[in-house]
Design a protein around this ligand. Structure first.
Ligand SMILES: Cc1cc2nc3c(=O)[nH]c(=O)nc-3n(C[C@H](O)[C@H](O)[C@H](O)COP(=O)(O)OP(=O)(O)OC[C@H]3O[C@@H](n4cnc5c(N)ncnc54)[C@H](O)[C@@H]3O)c2cc1C
Length: 372
């Protein structure tokens, strides 16, 4: 049963009053399943919603000074939170202004990311269109260097304003301070900073970023490296994403997920031949999708999962947590799943891929109160 955690963290009346006067809206025992796209997770002891940047900064500073555990949450689309919930304060990032000029956009961290993409494209600014349809907030995009269809935000990000939680200072930092890499940064799995806003350089001629993803280029009858009007690319990306259950839809359980659950594994050059022969032993001589990566060769997690014997919809219609019926890489809640069901499924898939090919898949979402 959810909500049975014997909570230990208590906010004293003075701290409550200070948080409220700082602009935080407090509520108690809030089910985190309601705030995450996987729709699992027990209660937050307290939820503090901050809808301005000043309130966000003051809230986190007060909680840090009091030594209260903080979980920063925005869209909840990259979080897997345990059924026990969070014994501390979940700070909901809800500042949401968008400021555009002729060739850039500066957005508050809590702004809904797809609104940012839609508004920039509608204003004739290109660059973000390949990142259409990704759920969650603008402020979380640097956290895991969000990417899709051949574009990562690292190629567009020019600066981030953040609250440095060690010093309590607000600083503007350049992208090269953030350690942005494939689905990670120094901010991921870390309490060191809260992103307050982010600024992206855009293309004032309304064209897209050069198309780098074969499937997308084919849909647009373009060659890789060509550009197209940003609005056309946005439509194509949304179409492709919908066909894979990668755009949130309340009535489609295939989208009750955290997106891709595992990152694509990078195999060191010296281990590649062993992995390739394990694949050949299992599925015969096939072309294995692989891409160059800074520290080895990136394989496709979805391809490995399917070849290890996990079909779309695994383990079957009665299971509360299943692989998406549209996309093997998404673990989904069919309506009644708990976090433990998602974890069990993740462990099964991970163990199966490891047993088949000797490759260990790593989860992409941030886990809270549990591990695989
Ligand atoms: C259907 C679906 C499709 C998806 N497709 C993609 C995709 O194509 N590419 C991709 O990269 N991701 C994808 N994702 C994952 C997810 O949408 C992104 O990672 C998104 O940026 C998370 O934003 P959020 O606001 O929901 O973050 P949350 O889930 O609220 O938080 C995620 C992590 O970031 C931290 N965080 C959030 N906001 C801040 C902040 N302001 N400052 C500091 N830390 C913060 C949280 O503490 C947590 O650790 C998908 C998810 C779903 C459900």
């Amino acid at each position: 049963m959810r909500g049975t955690l014997p909570f230990a963290v208590v906010l004293n009346p003075r701290l409550r009053a200070e948080l409220t006067s700082a602009g935080a809206v407090l509520s108690e025992q809030v089910p985190l399943a309601d705030l995450t796209t996987l729709r699992v997770g027990g209660p937050a002891r307290v939820l503090a919603e901050a809808s301005t940047t000043a309130a966000l900064v003051a809230t986190v500073r007060l909680l840090d000074a009091a030594g209260i555990p903080v979980l920063v949450l925005a869209g909840g689309s990259n979080l897997l939170i345990s059924d026990e919930g969070f014994d501390g304060v979940v700070v909901r990032v809800a500042n949401d202004e968008i400021r555009m000029d002729a060739a850039s956009v500066s957005v508050d961290a809590g702004a809904e990311w797809d609104r940012v993409v839609a508004e920039t494209v509608a204003a004739g600014l290109g660059g973000l269109e390949c990142l259409s349809g990704i759920p969650g907030s603008a402020g979380a995009t640097p956290v895991q260097n969000v990417g899709a269809y051949g574009v990562e935000i690292s190629s567009l990000l020019t600066s981030v304003d953040l609250l440095d939680r060690a010093s309590g200072d607000v600083r503007t930092v350049a992208p090269d301070e953030l350690g942005l890499a494939y689905r990670t940064s120094v901010l991921k799995h870390s309490d060191r900073a809260v992103v307050l806003s982010a600024t992206f350089a855009l293309r004032s001629d309304g064209t897209s970023a050069p198309l780098r993803f074969g499937e997308l280029a084919r849909v647009l009858t373009a060659d890789e490296g060509e550009t197209r009007p940003a609005a056309q690319v946005r439509d194509a990306v949304l179409g492709l994403r919908r066909s894979k259950g990668m755009v949130l839809a309340a009535d489609d359980n295939d989208t009750w997920s955290a997106g891709s659950f595992f990152t694509n594994p990078v195999v060191a050059e010296e281990d590649l031949s062993t992995v390739l022969s394990a694949i050949a032993d299992r599925v015969g001589e096939v072309t294995v999708p692989r891409f160059p990566a800074p520290d080895g060769v990136k394989l496709s997690a979805g391809w490995l999962i399917e070849r290890a014997g996990f079909a779309k919809g695994f383990p079957g219609v009665d299971a509360p947590a299943r692989l998406s019926t549209k996309h093997t890489l998404a673990l989904t809640n069919r309506g009644s799943a708990r976090a433990s069901d998602i974890v069990d499924l993740a462990r099964t898939v991970r163990a199966g891929v490891h047993a088949a090919f000797g490759v260990t898949l790593e989860p992409e979402p941030v886990t809270v109160g549990l591990s695989l």
